[in-house]
Write a protein that binds this ligand. Structure first.
Ligand code: F6R
Length: 261
């Protein structure tokens, strides 16, 4: 796991958008796995700016990590609406190339299997963007999820619903469950970039990077992925015991001409 500590949320977004832009330029038909939530919003804003400045995203294919269960795509709080608003429409990614699980499905198993089959048909996910929950979840893989899990229905943990209450105007309005890519589905991505911002993520970040692999913190499964980068701000990094080592490693990487991205 490569650990990159930058100054603040703005620099996290700059790092992530530069990396994605470089990838799309090199591989215009790249298959991107995408996340929602507060963390990637600035990254998406910067990608939109880059597309307005000439970055061509018209050939990318996308798969989103998750969608609220029993929330229609057309509802303002659906993750489909979030992605359309923050990235797909303003950046000019054709909606037919974007895939978000159908939260209104009446056949959960069928919907989840078909989503996985679409990922396979697209040739797998080249690059997966992730955030991390306070309880260490990735996607909606809450503590206790199997680290071999595939796309499925999950009950959302109380702590996660509390965190998302701000978007809904109260915890009672936050849906109690979601469809989510599984941990194993995420681990099949060729490259993973996890972003973490703010002091409230510091415990989860420390557990993910320096703790033992456990289904109680599903992000620890990323320790078994050979091409994962975690980019965070100073606040999210503050519980890391080997912080100086990670920072020196990034300085040396540049000194040896290995590039910062
Ligand atoms: C979102 C997702 C979640 C979030 C995580 C952090 O699609 O899968 O795992 O990445 O809950 O959310 P924020 O960024 O709002 O702190």
């Amino acid at each position: 796991m490569r650990v990159v500590i930058v100054e603040d949320a703005e620099q996290v977004a700059e790092w992530a958008s530069a990396r994605i832009a470089e990838l799309v330029t090199r591989q215009p038909k790249v298959v991107l796995g995408l996340a929602t939530g507060g963390t990637p919003v600035q990254t998406y804003r910067k990608l939109v700016e880059r597309s307005r400045a000439g970055l061509d995203v018209s050939q990318v294919t996308t798969f989103n990590l998750d969608e609220y269960f029993r929330v229609a795509a057309t509802e303002p709080h659906s993750y489909r609406s979030f992605m359309n608003e923050h990235l797909f429409i303003p950046a000019g990614i054709p909606l037919a190339q974007t895939h978000v699980l159908d939260g209104m499905t009446t056949d959960v198993g069928g919907e989840c299997r078909s989503f996985e089959a679409k990922i396979q048909r697209a040739g797998g996910i080249d690059f997966q963007l992730l955030g991390i929950g306070r309880d260490g979840h990735i996607g909606f893989n809450e503590p206790g999820s199997s680290l071999s899990s595939r796309t499925r229905w999950m009950l959302i943990a109380e702590e996660t619903r509390e965190d998302n209450a701000v978007y809904f105007g109260g915890i009672d309005r936050v849906p109690c469950s979601a469809l989510t890519m599984g941990v194993a589905t995420i681990l099949e991505s060729r490259q993973i970039l996890l972003l973490a911002v703010g002091a409230k993520k510091a415990d989860a970040v420390a557990a993910m990077i320096e703790g033992p692999v456990t289904n109680q913190v599903t992000a620890t499964a990323l320790q078994h992925h050979s091409n994962t980068i975690v980019v965070m701000d100073q606040d999210a990094a503050k519980k890391l015991t080997r912080r100086r080592y990670y920072q020196e490693s990034e300085v040396r990487r540049v000194e040896f001409g290995l590039g910062s991205y």
